[in-house]
Ligand binder design. Structure first.
Ligand SMILES: Cc1cc2nc3c(=O)[nH]c(=O)nc-3n(C[C@H](O)[C@H](O)[C@H](O)COP(=O)(O)OP(=O)(O)OC[C@H]3O[C@@H](n4cnc5c(N)ncnc54)[C@H](O)[C@@H]3O)c2cc1C
Length: 450
C-alpha cells in the first residue's frame, strides 16, 4: 500500500509530528480543515497589529519541546525567539519581581520572609526530584500542599499556576506542578524563561514547520476536512475527505495520525462500532475544557516597560496583563502598543456575551487602577472568549500517562498526537512533546508493515 502518512490537523501537534517524520524521509500529507495553519495558535492581522488567539507564550524557552523538535531536525535558526523574562506581580503593595530561580525566592518581596523560607522548603526538594517520582503524585491535587499555607504564600502559588497553567491551583495535579518546577531548575538543565516568536504571531512556529515539511516533499493543505477514517478488520484502510460539491473522496492509506483533541475525534471520525465504546467513554472524561476571556488593547503610549504583569489577589478579575509589543515591537505599527489582558472563566461564560462584556469592563477598571493613563491612551479594544484553551485541564488523575494514548490497543495504523494525548507540559509544549513520544511508534509500525 502507499507509503504516505496522512496527518489530520495543522496545529502544533500535527506539524511537529509531520516535521519529525519528514526528517526521517517519510512522505507526509497534512490535511487542515480551516483556511489557516496553526490550529489554536493561528494569528491574524487586525488594524495593522498581529493578534494571536489569546495570549500565547512558549514555556521553557529553548528547553521547550517545540524547540527540541526544531533542533532535532536542524532548523532551530529559522525561528527567532524573543525572551520573556521581565515578569512582575502586582499586589496592593505595588510591583514585585517574579522569581526566576530558587535564589530569587528569598528576595521575593511579594510575601513575608517567613513565607519565603516555607516556600523554599517546599519547592527545593521538588525541584531536585526525578520525573519518574512525580508520577506518584499525578492523582494528587496541588492544594494538598498549599491548603495549610498562609494567604500570602497561597496567593503566590495562584500566580505561578496562572503563569504556568493559565488555571487555578485547585485544578492542578501535584505531579504536573512538580514536573514544571523540575523543568524550571537550571541545575537539572532546565529554565524558567519563556519565549515568543520575535517576528510576531505565535503561528510563525507552524509556518516554519510547514515550510520544512513541504521542502521535504510533503504537502500541507488547508480547507481539507477529513470526514471519516475507515477501519476494516482492525486496520486503517483509508480516509474520506469532505467535498463541498457533495462527492466525498475516499483516499486509501494505512497510516493516519489524528492531531486534534481525541475526545472530539473519536466521536466524529469513526463508524459507530469501529472503536470499543468503553475506550471512547474513558477518553470522553478528558473533555474538561478550560475557558478564558481575553481582550486585546491597542494604546498610543507605553504604560509599562515590563513584559508581563500578574495582578495578585482575589479582588482582581484580571489575572494577567501581557505587554506583547514590549516582548517584540514587530506585533504593532510604529507609535502604537499592544497589550492583552485575560482571566480564566467557567466555560459557560464563554457563550454569554453579557457576562463577557461585564468582565471586560471590570478588567478595564482594574488596569486603569494600576495604570492611571490607560484610558487616555486607549485606541481600541477587541475582546474574545475561548472555550477550549487546552484539551486537558491539568487536573489530578488526568495528566501525563492518564491522557489519550498515542494508539488504540488492537487497531493498526492509527495514531493520536496533540495536547490531549500522553505528554507533559502545557499547551503547545505538551502538543510538541506528544509528537516526540509518538514519532518512534509510527516509525516502528511503518518498519514492521514494510
Ligand atoms: C486563548 C488561548 C491561549 C493559550 N495560551 C497558551 C500559551 O500561552 N502557551 C501554550 O503553550 N499554549 C497555549 N494555549 C494552548 C495551545 O494553543 C494548544 O494547546 C495547542 O495549540 C494545541 O495544539 P494541537 O496541535 O494539539 O491542537 P490544535 O491547535 O487544536 O490543532 C488541531 C488542528 O486540527 C484541525 N482539524 C480538526 N478537525 C479536523 C478535520 N476533521 N479535518 C482536518 N483538520 C481538522 C483544526 O482545525 C486544528 O487546526 C492557548 C490556547 C488558547 C485557546
Amino acid at each position: 500500500m502507499q507509503d504516505e502518512i496522512f496527518i489530520i490537523g495543522a496545529g502544533v501537534g500535527g506539524l511537529t509530528t509531520g516535521a519529525l517524520l519528514a526528517n526521517q524521509g517519510k512522505t507526509v500529507r497534512v490535511l487542515e480543515k480551516s483556511s489557516k495553519l496553526g490550529g489554536r495558535t493561528a494569528s491574524m492581522i487586525y488594524k495593522n497589529h498581529i493578534l494571536d488567539n489569546g495570549f500565547h507564550i512558549m514555556p521553557f524557552y529553548k528547553k521547550s519541546a517545540i524547540f527540541s523538535v526544531l533542533k532535532k531536525i536542524g532548523i532551530e535558526s529559522r525561528l527567532k525567539l524573543a525572551k520573556v523574562d521581565d515578569i512582575a506581580f502586582h499586589s496592593d503593595t505595588g510591583f514585585h519581581k517574579y522569581p526566576k530561580g530558587m535564589g530569587d525566592l528569598l528576595q521575593l518581596s511579594l510575601i513575608p520572609l517567613k513565607s519565603r523560607i516555607r516556600l523554599l522548603k517546599l519547592l527545593l526538594p521538588m525541584a531536585f526530584t526525578s520525573i519518574e517520582k512525580t508520577e506518584e503524585w499525578d492523582e494528587k491535587s496541588l492544594t494538598e500542599i498549599t491548603e495549610k499555607l498562609d494567604p500570602d504564600t497561597k496567593a503566590f502559588f495562584e500566580a505561578v499556576c496562572m503563569l504556568a497553567f493559565a488555571d487555578t491551583a485547585d485544578h492542578i495535579s501535584l505531579g504536573e506542578f512538580a514536573r514544571t518546577i523540575i523543568r524550571a531548575n537550571p541545575f537539572k538543565g532546565g529554565t524558567s524563561e519563556f519565549a515568543y516568536p520575535d517576528d510576531g504571531g505565535y503561528d510563525s512556529i507552524s509556518k516554519v514547520l510547514s515550510d520544512y515539511i513541504v521542502e521535504k516533499n510533503g504537502t500541507v493543505e488547508t480547507k481539507q476536512k477529513v470526514k471519516k477514517i475507515v477501519i476494516e478488520n482492525s486496520k486503517v484502510v483509508g480516509i474520506v475527505l469532505e467535498n463541498i460539491q457533495g462527492d466525498d473522496e475516499f483516499i486509501p492509506t494505512d497510516c493516519v495520525v489524528v492531531s486534534y483533541p481525541a475526545y472530539m475525534a473519536l466521536n466524529q471520525l469513526f463508524d459507530k462500532d469501529a472503536i470499543d465504546r468503553n475506550f471512547v467513554e474513558k477518553i470522553n472524561r478528558l473533555d474538561k475544557k478550560t475557558a478564558v476571556v481575553e481582550v486585546h488593547f491597542a494604546l498610543n503610549s507605553k504604560i509599562d516597560n515590563r513584559q508581563v504583569v500578574f495582578p495578585v489577589g482575589d479582588h482582581y478579575a484580571t489575572k494577567g496583563i501581557f505587554f506583547i509589543s514590549n516582548i517584540t515591537p514587530s506585533v504593532s505599527p510604529p507609535g502604537e502598543h499592544l497589550i492583552i489582558a485575560g482571566t480564566p472563566v467557567d466555560s459557560s461564560v464563554a457563550d454569554d456575551s453579557k457576562k463577557i462584556k461585564q468582565i471586560v469592563q471590570l478588567m478595564k477598571e482594574e488596569i486603569s487602577s494600576i495604570y492611571p493613563n490607560f484610558n487616555s491612551s486607549l485606541l481600541w479594544e477587541r475582546p474574545m472568549a475561548w472555550k477550549l484553551v487546552e484539551s486537558v485541564v491539568k487536573e489530578p488523575g488526568m495528566v501525563w500517562k492518564s491522557k489519550m494514548p498515542h494508539q488504540i490497543p488492537g487497531i493498526e495504523g492509527l495514531f493520536f498526537v496533540g495536547d490531549s494525548t500522553v505528554s507533559y507540559g502545557i499547551g503547545t509544549d505538551s502538543a510538541a512533546h506528544s509528537s516526540i513520544l509518538c514519532q518512534p511508534k509510527i516509525e516502528s509500525y511503518l518498519k514492521i508493515k514494510n
